[in-house]
Design a protein around this ligand. Structure first.
Ligand SMILES: N[C@@H](CCC(=O)N[C@@H](CS)C(=O)NCC(=O)O)C(=O)O
Length: 215
């Protein structure tokens, strides 16, 4: 069955790979599944046809036969559950890897998204300068603990898993802020993720659309 995902017709990041279709492309590449992409405009995402797939009018979505799902966590989990390569077979190791998927999306990503909100979406608001240090502190609180847990390991729990895929994807959002520079072990962890051939293919595929001359 053909897999079709949706992605921005033009990503606001111009090809840095931060739009969430890159996470899904990466997972698809890791498990060796070919896929098609349907590109949508910002206006198109709010039209009934797309809202039927994604109730919040966002990307990415995932369709395979009669199945249509949204939320990157759910999509990556679906792929990891149905194909080898992203979750260990052993029951407890699998549960721990799934835990890291949730930790990436529920515990580490929210303060990182707050930084984007404070800097970009609310950059002209009077509270910006007061808020920014608080947001940065909340990110550091998470990174301190994450770095402590990672230690000098390559991945969060044994072999690379969907938990690492999502955690690296989330941390990549910090690159522009410079915060990651204060955490060399996490910066190296992100670099290990980016060095994976599956990530490289996913990144190149989105770049070819968003910055065609650079690809
Ligand atoms: N929790 C959702 C977030 C999806 C999301 O925020 N998508 C962004 C692109 S990365 C989007 O479509 N933004 C446009 C909008 O919200 O109008 C997921 O993980 O899939």
């Amino acid at each position: 069955m053909t897999i079709t995902i949706t992605a921005f017709e033009r990503s606001p990041d111009g090809g840095k790979g931060l739009a969430r279709d890159t996470r899904v492309r990466w997972a698809l590449e890791e498990v060796g599944q070919p896929y098609d992409v349907r590109y949508v405009s910002f206006a198109g995402m709010k039209e009934p046809a797309h809202l039927a797939l994604h109730p919040f009018g966002q990307i990415p979505t995932f369709e395979e036969g009669d199945l249509a799902i949204f939320e990157t966590g759910a999509i990556v989990f679906h792929l990891a559950n149905n194909h080898a390569g992203l979750l260990p077979d052993e029951r407890e190791a699998r549960a721990r890897a799934i835990t890291w998927m949730f930790a990436a999306l529920n515990t580490v990503e929210p303060p990182i998204l707050d930084l984007t909100t404070a800097m970009i979406f609310e950059g002209d608001r009077p509270w910006r300068d007061e808020r920014l240090p608080l947001v940065r502190d909340r990110i550091r609180a998470r990174l301190d603990k994450l770095a402590a847990r990672l230690g000098d390991a390559d991945w969060l729990d044994g072999a690379f898993s969907a938990g690492d895929l999502l955690m690296v994807s989330v941390l990549l959002r910090l690159r522009m802020s410079g915060i990651l520079d204060d955490y060399p072990s996490l910066a190296a962890y992100v670099a290990r993720g980016e060095a994976r051939p599956a990530y490289q293919r996913a990144f190149a595929a989105q770049l070819a659309v968003n910055a065609p001359s650079a690809a």
